[in-house]
Design a protein around this ligand. Structure first.
Ligand code: DGJ
Length: 335
């Protein structure tokens, strides 16, 4: 009798475990696959809204911030979303970290783009930078907001022109020694600046370098003793061949720019927003994070994330295809 009960118990357990496995497989929840260019559902099942975004890692959690462009939002506000993940694949929507109404009297179609968040160890503040502009892109400033928690709510602090320069697309970079930098495109100087943040991160302290190339979507990584920078040409929402250059120090001199992918693909219809270095126990990978914009339906814009072929002064974006990532070991594998 006891044996019979045990058998039923075991069979039921196996049935339950099998059902859980099948449901997980069907929902893709346990698969560690990144699918460039496809819809990317968060853990709640909605396509991730973190366009023109950036990522910061706090302990073992990655936070992904970006432009929240869902349909049906109150158009009086601009929103920055926040997602959290431990594996860079499955993302929890943490809510809108910033909800902002026109902070500088910019007018109806004011612009908040490319938010980036830095964590300041000294002040324990999360400091958000974003491109703040009017409809004509003439205001050309950065906005700054702060929060004590990664998921916000962030409080608007101010806007300014870094180094007194016009600033449009911004990028973020934290070097291996922890120093934080803002990258910003400056049209009148036909290039983009790398500028060091002040100790409290609330302003830009000093110019590190002006890279003389009319590029935006600036992304920077420090990999095996060399700095690599990527930028895209100034073609609005339309994709173009993104290019890279290298330097031994952030101050330069920087090499000439070269294509990161076959130019006829226009970076596989994408535009750079960040390079993310994942240092694991076995390998270090650098992920190219880019946006595939759909300007007429921005909520449906896609993400092109691919591990770069990088090293010894060369950088190449492989043809996008689904791939797996193990953040613990740093290993990646095409499927
Ligand atoms: C290109 C920039 O990279 C985007 O962030 C956005 O500002 C568009 N231009 C607007 O045309």
């Amino acid at each position: 009798m006891i044996i019979f009960k045990d058998e039923i118990y075991h069979k039921t357990l196996i049935f339950i475990l099998l059902t859980i496995y099948i449901v997980q497989q069907a929902s893709g929840q346990d698969q560690k696959i990144i699918r460039p260019g496809e819809l990317w559902p968060d853990k709640q099942g909605n396509h991730i809204q973190a366009h023109g975004g950036g990522i910061v890692k706090i302990k073992d959690t990655y936070y992904w911030y970006g432009e929240q462009r869902s349909r049906g939002l109150d158009t009086a506000y601009r929103y920055v979303s926040c997602y959290a993940s431990k594996d860079l694949i499955h993302w929890d929507f943490e809510g809108n970290a910033l909800q902002l109404s026109d902070p500088e009297n910019l007018g109806h179609r004011w612009v908040l783009e490319r938010p980036k968040v830095f964590y300041n160890q000294r002040t324990k503040n999360y400091v958000m930078y974003f491109h703040l502009d009017d409809a004509r892109y003439a205001f050309a400033r950065v906005g700054v907001a702060i929060s004590k928690k990664p998921q916000g709510p962030f409080r608007y602090v101010k806007s300014f022109r870094p180094l007194d320069r016009e600033s449009r697309d911004i990028g973020q970079f934290i070097d291996d020694d922890g120093t934080a930098y803002l990258i910003f495109e400056s049209r009148p100087t036909k290039g983009f600046f790398i500028a060091q943040l002040s100790t409290d991160y609330l302003t830009v302290e000093k110019e590190v370098c002006l890279i003389n190339a009319p590029l935006e979507g600036g992304a920077l990584v420090h990999y095996r003793g060399l700095y690599y920078v990527i930028g895209s040409a100034l073609t609005g929402w339309s994709p173009n061949p993104n290019q890279y250059a290298t330097a031994k120090t952030l101050e330069g001199p920087w090499s000439e720019f070269k294509d990161i992918a076959p130019p006829e693909t226009n970076t596989y219809q994408s535009q750079s927003t960040m390079m993310l270095k994942v240092e694991g126990t076995k390998d270090t990978c650098v992920i190219f994070m880019a946006d595939q914009w759909r300007p007429k339906q921005q909520w449906d814009s896609r993400y092109l994330w691919m591990p770069l072929k990088i090293g010894q002064g060369k950088l190449w974006l492989p043809k996008p295809q689904p791939w797996t990532l193990n953040v613990k070991t740093g290993e990646t594998k095409p499927l």
